[in-house]
Design a protein around this ligand. Structure first.
Ligand code: GLU
Length: 445
């Protein structure tokens, strides 16, 4: 990295001790900015880089709640309002025991550039809690969400900060959060949250959007080589919303996803994933991937290793950060995998990314390839503001158009800065310049 950029990174590490994921996300963006700053030195003036790596506001709060047995628990809540140059802070809430301030900051930082790539009027933010919804009753999840929103409600609003889901936060949680917000504010602000139910302001295609968008991005990458997804074998990790709808769209496009996973292991189904069964197990029963295997002859559960050990043409990491390391990357490459598109946020380690780039395969960073979810959240906000509802085909067509646009912006920026085909540089440069230009226009704020 150039001196000026390296100094900013060192300051981030010194100021945010122990926040390894945040350092990693910042480093990946700053490394890409070398050719951008070299070409446009004014981006380093007025401490623009120093400002962009510092959240505008960070909120951390106590979330006390009572379980079904009457026992009191205390979790920690977070909302990091990172950057509002382009619009209200926008980004999901993650409920998972691994959540800490460094994880939320990495996610919020990524969200700035991802949201900029969608070309919609949304800034970047993220929040969540170390609460674990797994194994909790609906009533416990409700009481937790109500307590969480009691504090969060002071900080958010349709023109201020618009949370949504992420890991551990789906339709059920958004419902409880919205109910409490509405009660506290005595105001039906549909646009304060996205990922809502269809009967109360949600958008068709929002549930599918992240997974669909990831596969559409892979399709656009393949098209640059004159190829399609038809007949391709795919390894998918995760079994949540992103994974399920990545599998669905891949099947619609004639590909054959053969794996998915959760923390208990991964499933290999060489005949191709039975999507109805997977949805039944994960969406209806909230079960484990083993429940799929017990009902699906020919499928097997593997508890050692990773889905990346299975020979495939395309890999879609859709689980969580740093789930695909250098060893997995080497295995994928050895087995002939030629496309990796991230459905999760930062699932590939820096070493894995370096291996993909050295091998010259098609690799898309999550801030580009998984932006379909937040893009469709912005479409939900648009419908809420217009008090209107689009049909599925309209929302899906808009999502598809946005994904093509993101893809093409990445390709163009990679060419502008001298590294054609480098989607990491392309995504970071295109996202950064959009935010930086507006920050400059807004002055030192
Ligand atoms: N959590 C999703 C993401 O990582 C979606 C955020 C949103 O819709 O606001 O982009």
């Amino acid at each position: 990295m150039q001196d000026v950029v390296e100094k900013v990174y060192e300051q981030v590490v010194a100021r945010n001790r122990g926040e390894a994921e945040f350092h990693q996300a910042v480093r990946e963006v700053l490394e890409s900015l070398d050719p951008v700053i070299a070409k446009h030195p004014h981006y380093a003036d007025n401490a623009l880089l120093e400002r962009i790596v510092e959240p505008e506001r960070q909120i951390m709060f106590r979330v006390p709640w009572v379980d079904d047995a009457g026992q009191v628990h205390v979790n920690r809540g977070f909302r990091v309002e990172f950057n509002s140059a382009l619009g209200p802070y926008k980004g999901g809430l993650r409920f998972h025991p691994s959540v800490n301030v460094g994880i939320i900051k990495f996610l919020g930082f990524e969200q700035i550039f991802k949201n900029a790539l969608t070309n919609q009027a949304i800034g970047g933010g993220k929040g969540g809690s170390d609460f674990d919804p797994h194994g909790k009753s609906d009533a416990e999840v409700m009481r937790f969400c109500q307590s969480f929103m009691t504090e969060l409600s002071r900080h958010i609003g349709p023109n201020t900060d618009v949370p949504a889901g992420d890991i551990g936060v789906g339709g059920r949680e958004i419902g409880y959060l919205f109910g409490q917000y509405k009660r506290l504010r005595n105001s039906y602000d549909a646009g304060v949250l996205t990922g809502k139910g269809l009967a109360w302001g949600g958008s068709l295609a929002r549930t599918e959007a992240t997974g669909y968008g990831t596969v559409l991005f892979a399709q656009s990458m393949l098209a640059t080589k004159g190829e399609t997804l038809e007949g391709k074998k795919i390894a998918v990790s995760g079994a949540g919303n992103v994974a399920i709808y990545a599998i669905e769209k891949a099947q619609q496009l004639g590909a054959k996803p053969i794996t998915f996973s959760d923390s208990s292991g991964y499933v290999v189904d060489e005949a191709g994933v039975d999507l109805d069964l997977l949805k039944q197990v994960k969406e209806v029963e909230r079960g484990r991937v083993a429940d799929y295997v017990s009902r699906r002859p020919g499928a097997r559960l593997v508890t050692e290793g990773r889905p990346w050990d299975v020979p495939v043409d395309v890999a879609l990491p859709c689980a969580t950060q740093n789930e695909l390391d250098a060893d997995s990357a080497a295995t994928l490459l050895r087995n002939g995998c030629a496309v990796v598109a991230e459905g999760a946020n930062m699932p590939c380690t820096p070493e894995a990314i370096a291996a993909f780039q050295a091998a010259g395969i098609l690799y898309a960073p999550g801030k580009a390839s998984n932006a379909g979810g937040v893009a469709t959240s912005a479409l939900e906000m648009e419908q809420n503001a217009g008090r209107t509802r689009w049909d599925f085909a309209t929302a899906e067509a808009k999502l598809a158009g946005i994904m093509v646009d993101i893809h093409d912006s990445c390709v163009e920026a990679a060419e502008t800065y001298g590294r054609p085909g480098d989607y990491v540089l392309g995504a970071n440069a295109a996202g950064f310049t959009r935010v930086a230009d507006v920050m400059i226009a807004h002055g030192i704020v």
